[in-house]
Design a protein around this ligand. Structure first.
Ligand code: MN3
Length: 202
C-alpha cells in the first residue's frame, strides 16, 4: 500500500509570508497557510488513503462514511489554494481593466456596488464559509454567492473568479470579531489581473 499513498501537497504561495501586510499580517498568513491549510491537505490525504483501502476491501459502508471527510478537507484544500491566487501585495495593486469594468458595471452598476454587495453577503454568512464572485454560464452574468464550511462551486455551473475566506481563522488574529473591517481591507490586495485572466478564458 505504501506506494499508493495519496499525497496532495501544500502549494507554494505566490508571494512571501509578509507580502500581504498590513491587510494580512505575516503571523496571520503563516498560521493560516502552514497550519490551517496544511491540516486540510494532511486530512484529505489521510481520508483518501482510507478510502482506497476500503475500496480494495470492497467495504462500501466505510467508503460512504469517508465522503464527508473527503468533501470537507478536499474543499478546504481547493478553496485555500484558489484564495492565495486571488491575492497580491498591496504595492502591486491594480484596478480592473476597462473591459472588465464594463462587465462589472453591466451586472452591478459600479465597482463600489459590487464590493458593497460582496461584503454584505460575506458578512452575513452564519458561521464559517466563503464568498465568491463567479460567472454563471447559464445566465451569462456575474454573480456573488456564498458557500458554507468548505463548499465549492463545482456543482453549480459557476466559474469562480474570486474567493474570500470568511472563516474566523482568516481574520480573528488582527480584526477580532470585526469581519466587516477585514472585508473592507481585503479589496486592497485583491489580484484583479488574475480575475481578468480567468474571465478572458470563459
Ligand atoms: Mn482559511
Amino acid at each position: 500500500m505504501s506506494n499508493n499513498k495519496t499525497s496532495y501537497q501544500l502549494p507554494d504561495l505566490p508571494y512571501d509570508l509578509n507580502a500581504l501586510e498590513p491587510v494580512i499580517s505575516k503571523e496571520a498568513l503563516e498560521i493560516h497557510y502552514t497550519k490551517h491549510h496544511k491540516a486540510y491537505v494532511d486530512k484529505l490525504n489521510e481520508a483518501l488513503d482510507k478510502y482506497h483501502e476500503a475500496e480494495l476491501k470492497k467495504n462500501v459502508d466505510e467508503m460512504v462514511a469517508l465522503q464527508s471527510a473527503i468533501q470537507f478537507n478536499g474543499g478546504g484544500h481547493i478553496n485555500h489554494s484558489f484564495f492565495w491566487k486571488c491575492l497580491q501585495p498591496k504595492k502591486d495593486a491594480t484596478s480592473p481593466s476597462k473591459d472588465l469594468l464594463e462587465v462589472i458595471e453591466k451586472d452591478f452598476e459600479s465597482l463600489d456596488a459590487l464590493k458593497e454587495k460582496f461584503n454584505a453577503q460575506a458578512t452575513a454568512i452564519q458561521g464559517s464559509g466563503w464568498c465568491w464572485l463567479a460567472y454563471n454560464e447559464l445566465t451569462s452574468h456575474l454573480e456573488i454567492i456564498t458557500t458554507l464550511n468548505h463548499g465549492t462551486l463545482r456543482e453549480n455551473k459557476l466559474l469562480p473568479l474570486l474567493i474570500v475566506d470568511v472563516w474566523e481563522h482568516a481574520y480573528y488574529l488582527q480584526y477580532q470579531n470585526k469581519r466587516a473591517d477585514f472585508l473592507k481591507a481585503i479589496w486592497d490586495i485583491v489580484n484583479w489581473g488574475a480575475i481578468e485572466r480567468r474571465y478572458k478564458k470563459i
